[in-house]
Design a protein around this ligand. Sequence first.
Ligand code: JFZ
Length: 403
Amino acid sequence: MSWFTEARFGLFLHWGLYSLAARHEWVKSYERLDDEHYDRYFRHFDPDLYDPEAWAEEAANAGMRYVVVTTKHHEGFCLWDSALTDYKATRTPYGRDLLAPLVEAFRRRGMRIGFYHSLLDWHHPEFPVDLYHPQRDDEETRAAPRDVRKYADYLHGQVRELLTGYGPVDLMWFDFSYPGRGLGAKGRDEWRSRELFDLVKELQPGIMINNRLDLGSGDFTTPEQVMPQGGTTGGVPWESCQTLNGSWGHDRDNLDWKPADLLIRMLVDNVSKGGNMLLNVGPDGRGRFGPRAVGRLREIGDWMSLHSRSIHGAGAAPGLTPPPDCRYTLRGDRLYLHLFAWPLKHVHLDGLAGRVEYAQFLHDASEVQPLRVDPAQPGHLYLRGLPEDTLTLQLPVTRPDVA
Ligand code: JFZ
């Protein structure tokens, strides 16, 4: 599983019928759309511009090393040609399997493959109504009780298909459990999580499974849209999943886009705490990433082309505290200092005096000289009195890596 902590940066893909509604992947639940209404997205699903090679290229250029794709989200629609349902891409106007070409394209780029699979299913007739379900508790549902065991059989059967039909799968991302949360609560008993976990490991012995099966931490944990403080997962690998704009599915009118420099700082912050970042793109109904997503991926890629050595294979620097607005990442014996804000002329590094052989900027390999306090120089008066173990580096007034 060392590939996972080596990779540090992955692409999350949320793509399904909700991409046509283009107002959040929870639209069916939020707006309580019934099956008949929601069916319009199924009947009009035809992503004619779908080009997984182009997606894989954008991801690779951004420095991403793995992909996690929604094989099925809560709406129940399947991107692959499942034998267990007709609610799948092959029965839409598009008429073809979407998953196999995606897996091939990303594999060809050397990327690891992850499958997101929703435990919730708002389409399956045996999935018991619960507080999230678009069809809430009513006379009709009480008259025709649903059998969660039958749904779990379907769930296990589909996972078997996914893990036998697409070659090696590196990661399984189940979503999500809500045990003991009122009407229709679901967790390990309903999903038969232990049995499912064992099935996954039997079919793909090398696979990593996330922590949302209600079985404890899993092989890795998945804090969502927050920045963990680090050191809090007790040594379990972790990955924070993040959106570009607060929504996972394509969300046309959303204007809450994070700028690329923030996304880069988020990535650095994750790695400095020993975690991964899984950054989401919600492709649109024609199968495109959209200009705002592409713009950000390319800006991240520009940065990664010069700085990926501080990300891939890097992690936290135990025992070292960076200056304010800075982060450390450590890779072997190389320590990387990330300056989120540019200080005036000097940066003071506690505890590093005598421990650094040589310092340079990463983007152009130019030397960064340490400051040696010269008692004869009046300007240095103000720098005296720094702790003995502090290493002070001299910086240009202007950040050198920008035009
Ligand atoms: C879930 C999904 O509902 C959502 O649509 C998206 O796919 C996201 C990646 O995962 O959302 C969750 C799941 C779990 C929690 C919060 C949001 N949680 O445990 O707090």
